[in-house]
Design a protein around this ligand. Sequence first.
Ligand code: DCP
Ligand code: MG
Length: 402
Amino acid sequence: RPTDPSVFQNWRARYAVQRASPLVCPNQGLANELSILRRARELEGLEKNALAYERAIGMIKSYPHRITRESFKSDISKLPGFGGKTASKVLEYIETGSIPEAQTTLTSERYQSLSLFASIYGIGPTKARQFYDMGMRSIEDLERYYDVAPGATLKTPAELDEFMREMEAEVAFTPNGKRVRREGTVPDITVPVALALRGELDAPIPRDEVEEMRDVVMRELAELQPGCVSTIVGGYRRGKPMSNDADIVISHEDWEKGKTLIPGLCKRLCARLYQKGLVTHVMHLSGFHGYNALRTEHWDSLEKALTVFKLKPIPENPVRIHRRLDLIFALPESYWTAVIGWTGSKMFQRDLRLWAKQEKGMKFDSVALTRRHDTRRFLPKSEKEVFDILGLPWIDPTMRNA
Ligand code: DCP
Ligand code: MG
């Protein structure tokens, strides 16, 4: 279904969900420079400031012409969010082809260390600043701190084995309602694993490998539970030629049976993939409610597994490396909101929530679309239906790169 033509004309609109935002825009150089400033603010914990830049970048991504001195004056300067500071940066770019502050930022030791630290999965801006304040500057400093040998081929910790055993036990026991295992009891292995595997996890994943990962996962899932459906989401779905991870949203084709078949399945799939050596590490599991998960009236969330995955070597592809893989399980009634939420971009998703709340009196998130005044829940049967309910023109995933 092609993008509604009106959204290409709609570049003045306030919400990113009203505009088409291609992966690469006519002013990509400017967007990239502004992104450095946005990232710098984010790393410094200046959230509001970062968001202001992100909004401005989003507007620029939807502008269909090259920005010149003239079009800046007639169009861009009139857009929301292009007041004093942002406007002066855009003007600098128009005059010189770069933004001086962005260039100084790139060469500053602080920015370099903070962005290096925060490039490790599991380290956010706050932790990165703490490390910097402790005097740490390099990856070697991080390795010493976490006691990870350089270039270590990390063995899965014994705790993880124990955890996976427990997990299987729980799955076997829950139908009797005997055991509840609470979240958060697994040791947090995220940063040490991400650090040890960083050379591999840093490498971008081409589209055909993302597809291969999905095929392998779904083949294993079919052995556990026939009739499951899936959509590859994230940057892949927005058309990125290379992704930093693979994100897959999974549900069941049968709207009724899915309500009881989906809960608990994420864990069982993880255990199976782990036994087969396909999932090598489980960084995080969430959205589980013990055996409550099987009492569907209380099951109102998504089950997520953030994992490290490694395909088996094949003759055509003898060398395989570790990849980040996120699995998201949704009940059929949550499937399309989950697909939209996880397709992103982050900006698109944020404005979707805002649009729903401010313009439609609704609440959108990855789990459900509801009307605020009476909490009536909509049950969309397609992605298009979600857009229709929200009164939005259809935007193809490849035009959601705000
Ligand atoms: N998302 C979400 N909730 C989270 C994490 C992500 O709703 N807890 C959404 C926003 C993202 C999308 O899911 O746009 C995928 O997240 P990624 O971090 O994987 O980002 P992308 O897939 O967009 O890019 P890439 O993975 O290539 O870096
Ligand atoms: Mg992704």
